[in-house]
Design a protein around this ligand. Structure first.
Ligand SMILES: Nc1ncnc2c1ncn2[C@@H]1O[C@H](COP(=O)(O)OP(=O)(O)OP(=O)(O)O)[C@@H](O)[C@H]1O
Ligand SMILES: [Mg+2]
Length: 421
């Protein structure tokens, strides 16, 4: 798209043209000597043609408005000089057009250009005074020059001050608009968060309400299984199978409600000085039977340099357990899951790496969303809980696909207040 001339530059161009042509016309009212009068009409015509050319140039080169204006200021001064020269030199009252140029350009470009235009005008008036004998006394030229200088300086100064104030006001305005947009956004977020919190409270209530009947159903099914086992008969085998199916589903539902309640009512961390390596040894021993059953090897790589530090053993154990379980579930038979620790400055790192298929790019943005799962029997709360626990400890939980193809989840926890030993 073509650039457009900005409105300020356009109004300056129009004003300058009008002021010059209007000034010329106004000064022409005062009678000139006949020998001078003859030059006026062709000069006026040339001036109008030149202004039309300037507008055409500005229209096709709007980006170069400033250099065009500065260059044509020179041309304007030259034209006024010719006019003054041909209409009586120092005697011609057309010298007043210099003041229009000085004033307009001082206003547009500041005191520097204003004073420069005044100096050039004074020089040109002096030349015209020399060229047309007998000329006016030099004191007249000096007085005119001083007046133009003051005009350029004062008007340029006022204009720059006004421009600075306007820029400042525009800056404030932009800041205000940005702050308002941020406020709107924060309000939207707060409304959304409140709605989610309300939904969370309702579902926590429901989970709580259904938990008791679910465990009652589980108990009754177990009792029914006992009864069925005690009554041999052709149909009882099928009834036993059905009851086992029901019990498995009931157990899954009970697990789901428990997980959900854990997530929604995760207790505040109660940190106590402890050994993270020891906690992980115990955890690995606890999960080993499940890993063995799936043909997955659990490997430990503890960093002995990690000092004792404060963390909530139960919560952190739950977080790492979720990561290790995910690792085992993702790893095919014959693969391994590595649980490692590392001291990294003021932080302890616990990483769980597996030799599974890694995280699918499509799943990546949703991993930590509650209830996001790709497993037929998953709750999708494991990673959400683990991240919440990491944050509760002032730490982070991040993931990356390991170079070997599997996934690596890393918990980073601050050691703050760690007791070395
Ligand atoms: N080590 C991993 N390798 C590949 N994908 C993973 C891994 N860990 C998590 N995921 C992906 O992230 C999803 C969410 O994991 P999350 O632990 O939150 O829930 P889940 O494992 O599906 O359910 P639950 O933890 O209740 O059994 C998983 O379903 C799986 O798609
Ligand atoms: Mg999981």
């Amino acid at each position: 798209m073509r650039d457009r001339l900005d409105p300020e530059a356009l109004s300056f161009a129009v004003l300058r043209g009008l002021a010059m042509i209007g000034g010329l016309a106004a000064l022409s009212i005062a009678p000139l000597r006949p020998e001078h009068q003859i030059h006026l009409a062709p000069l006026l015509g040339a001036f109008i043609a030149y202004k039309a050319l300037l507008f055409a140039l500005l229209f096709f080169r709007p980006a170069g408005a400033r250099p065009i204006f500065l260059a044509t200021l020179g041309a304007d001064l030259g034209i006024v000089f010719v006019l003054v020269w041909f209409t009586g030199g120092g005697e011609s009252h057309f010298y007043l057009l210099f003041s229009v140029l000085v004033a307009l350009n001082a206003y547009q470009f500041g005191p520097g250009i204003g004073v420069l235009a005044a100096i050039v005008s004074a020089d040109l008036m002096a030349v015209a005074n020399i060229l047309v004998a007998p000329g006016v006394p030099w004191a007249h030229i000096g007085a005119r020059a001083a007046l133009f200088g003051f005009l350029g300086l004062a008007l340029g100064h006022i204009a720059s001050r006004e421009r600075r104030a306007r820029a400042e006001a525009e800056g404030f305005n932009a800041e205000l608009r940005a702050a308002l947009a941020r406020l709107e956004e924060a309000k939207d977020r707060a409304v959304r968060a409140e709605r989610l919190a309300a939904a969370g409270r309702v579902s926590a209530r429901m989970a709580h309400e259904v938990r008791s009947p679910i465990s009652a159903i589980g108990l009754n099914v177990e009792m029914l299984e006992e009864i069925v086992r005690g009554c041999p008969g052709p149909m009882m085998g099928d009834a036993g199978d059905l009851l086992r199916g029901i019990r498995a589903e009931v157990r899954r539902l009970a697990g789901l409600t428990d997980e959900y309640l854990t997530f929604s009512r995760l207790p505040r961390a109660q940190p106590q000085e402890d050994s993270i390596n020891e906690m992980l040894d115990e955890l690995v021993a606890f999960v080993k039977p499940e890993a063995d059953q799936r043909g997955v090897v659990l490997v430990r790589d503890p960093d002995p340099l990690i000092p004792l530090f404060s963390f909530d053993r139960d919560l952190l154990r739950r977080a790492v357990l979720n990561l290790v379980k995910n690792g085992i579930e993702a790893t095919p038979q014959g693969g391994w899951v590595l649980v490692a620790t590392r001291l990294d400055g003021e932080r302890a790192e616990v990483s769980v790496e597996d030799t599974g298929r890694g995280i699918d790019a499509r799943d990546a943005p949703h991993l930590f969303e509650p209830f996001f799962t790709t497993k037929p029997r998953g709750t999708g709360l494991g990673l959400a809980i683990a991240r919440q626990i990491a944050e509760e400890h002032g730490g982070t939980l991040r993931w990356a696909n390991a170079s070997g193809g599997g996934a690596r989840f890393t918990l980073r926890l601050p050691l703050k207040g760690a007791a070395h030993g």
